[in-house]
Design a protein around this ligand. Structure first.
Ligand SMILES: *Cc1c(COP(=O)(O)O)cnc(C)c1O
Length: 426
């Protein structure tokens, strides 16, 4: 049975992995809505506290429903383990806090989601972790200049939100590994169905499961996946190697081997910060994964059709979608992604005001601060998600004042196009 599983494709894993009921058990992943777990002896629980045996003790640290969801995503991404978090923001924050501390430094692409940019630009520095932002189109040697002896990670988004830039995976992996640090990828927009960062050299993958993984706009959540491939024993990561006094001097690399990073994130960070996913959100997000491959195909096909329509529309000044033939990102999109995903950006002729007027006239597409659910929606990043950034920072993040971001849903494409057409034609 395990041999068969190993060869399963990502579509099959999305449907089948995580929960495998035994005879007489529920067919569908049950919601284990329990904060705690009963054991027969005090010694049983002591062994859990010592990390001597696996098992659940308290739902701030692990829970059977959340665990099934974690195992499914880990399998789909090809990692050795995963940790679900209460949001994508928490997943990104923990991915760094798990390997860096005050006095350390991180290099990140400047083309990031607004929330991640704020986290890196303002909050991590308050904790003593400095972040240098680099233009992700710099050459490998130019990027390498941003690294310092205390640099602990290189961070980028596989598909930038909302810049729609496709990451040059080979370059990022090479620069990170040349400098002895892990390459962390936010794979939220492509999802494990369209892109597999670990196969492309990533060491750690993070997700906002809030987006396509849930896919129905019901649950905020995040995930960290550990490839198990990074060698933490290179002198740069004492937190993963040296004895942890909060577990009687246990060493994560010694005790947990390839899973050191993801075990530490759970038993140290989630234990202390308490930002674990709830069983209900794991249940809903797991349900989303069962149809992820079907939805991503439709999202991508609809996005390509709408982008193609808008590209030749007289009221539209530009369209940026990596899945669009002729787009500067097209070759890289073909190389690294199965399809272009469901989000793209465009400019309405007349700039910011014309763009806002267009958005207000839409009837099917809604203006919401969200992307990546089954319903088509639009957003104006420079006045919404990226408004905390100054103009220079907005440009670096790929946000021009006239940019409208569209998240194309899975409705019938003719209805989506008709809505955009009527809202543009006034
Ligand atoms: C939304 C998003 C996040 C943050 O996730 P939340 O679940 O909203 O906290 C991080 N990265 C990307 C690319 C996102 O789109």
């Amino acid at each position: 049975m395990d041999d068969i599983r190993k060869n399963w494709r990502v579509e099959t894993k999305g449907v089948q992995e995580g929960w495998t009921p035994k005879s007489g058990e529920p067919r569908v992943l049950p919601i284990v809505q329990s904060t705690t777990y009963k054991y027969d002896t005090a010694a049983d629980i002591a062994a859990l506290f010592d990390l001597a045996v696996p098992g659940h003790m308290y739902s701030r640290i692990s829970n059977p429903t959340v665990e099934a969801f974690e195992q499914k995503v880990a399998s789909m991404e090809g990692g050795v383990g995963a940790l679900a978090a209460s949001s994508g923001q928490t997943a990104s924050a923990m991915s760094i806090l798990n390997l860096a501390q005050a006095g350390d430094h991180v290099v990140a692409s400047s083309s990031l989601y607004g929330g991640t940019y704020n986290l890196f630009r303002h909050t991590l520095p308050k904790m003593g972790i400095e972040v240098t932002f680099v233009d992700q189109e710099l050459s490998a040697d130019e990027m390498a200049k941003a690294f310092r002896p205390n640099t602990k990670a290189l961070f980028g988004e596989s598909l930038g939100n909302p810049s729609m830039q496709v990451l040059d995976f080979e370059k990022f992996a090479e620069v990170a590994h040349r400098n002895g640090v892990p390459f962390i990828v936010d794979n939220t927009f492509p999802t494990p169905f369209l892109c597999n960062p670990i196969a492309l050299g990533a060491d750690i993958v993070v997700h906002s499961t809030t987006k396509y993984i849930d896919g129905h706009a019901t649950s905020v959540g995040g995930m960290i996946i550990d490839s198990g491939k990074f060698n933490w024993n290179n002198g740069k990561f004492p937190g993963l190697v040296d004895p942890d006094p909060s577990y009687h001097g246990l060493s994560y690399t010694e005790t947990f081997g390839a899973a050191a990073y993801i075990v530490k994130a759970r038993v140290q960070l989630v234990r202390d910060l308490g930002c674990y996913m709830s069983p209900m959100n794991a249940f809903l997000s797991n349900k989303g994964l069962e149809t992820l491959h079907l939805r991503m195909e439709r999202h991508s096909n609809n996005a390509l059709a709408l982008a193609t329509f808008l590209q030749q529309h007289e009221k539209v000044s530009w369209v940026k979608y990596p899945g669009l033939p002729g787009s500067p990102e097209f070759d890289r999109c073909r190389k690294y992604l199965k399809a272009g995903s469901g989000v793209f950006t465009f400019g309405v002729k007349g700039g910011k005001d014309a763009g806002e007027a267009f958005m207000n006239r839409l009837k099917l597409a809604a203006i919401v601060v969200h992307v990546a659910d089954v319903r088509t929606c639009v957003l104006h990043p420079s006045s919404m998600t990226h408004r905390q950034l100054n103009e220079e920072e907005q440009i670096a993040a790929g946000v021009s004042p006239d940019l409208v971001r569209v998240s194309v849903g899975i409705e019938h494409i003719d209805d989506i196009i008709a809505d955009f057409d009527q809202a543009l034609n006034v």
